[in-house]
Design a protein around this ligand. Sequence first.
Ligand code: PXP
Length: 235
Amino acid sequence: MKLGVNIDHIATLRNARGGFEPSLIDAASIILKEDIHALTMHLREDRRHIKDKDLYDIKELGAKINLEMAVDYDIQKIALDVLPYSICLVPERRLEITTEGGLDVCSQKEKIKEFILPLKEKNILISLFIDPDIRQIEAAKYVESDYIEMHTGSFSNAFENGEFEFQFQKLKEAAKYAQELKLKVNAGHGLNYENVYLMKEISGISELNIGHSIISHSIFVGISQAVKEMLELIN
Ligand code: PXP
């Protein structure tokens, strides 16, 4: 399984004082020395962490960027200029602390299909961040997405309570169904050093996108070591 490291929280910390510390570029340079697949960055409408310039700076480092974004035409313009390696469409609500719940593809199939067209024309791989739900997977197939990213938030919460079997089963079944439809499967949200081992039991997951737990752990062991430890757990 490949690892995408979400670096939004480094930008959150930097923005807390409105200055330049910690440097996102320095952190990204260190992370890129590890055997990771991509750096994941979410350009939110309110720019609460990643700023437009960050995308250009990280692109200049030569990193593969997995850009998380809402179905928003202003952000699409920036994406078409930056040309990230991949884009993961996520739902976005202003007051949420993090991305809560998956994108409802079913209710906006035609809109999403049209929205991703110019991005696909630029050879950007498209992923949709959805709950492990059969109807959403079918909608992802309909809009001709390359990937789905399964929202593992409910599983991660359930893991904390020790009763995760139901949510885990849902992820397994969703991953299987998506692959039957020839969709590639990623997963992320709330994954950490304790629960991530279970992702290896779901066959065919291409990549995990992990942010909060890695950046939190890096406070104690440093960012290289935090990434190394996660890589060891998933491989
Ligand atoms: N994948 C997506 C689509 C996300 O929105 C997030 C959170 O930004 C993550 C993965 C990573 O979640 P976490 O920070 O909980 O590891």
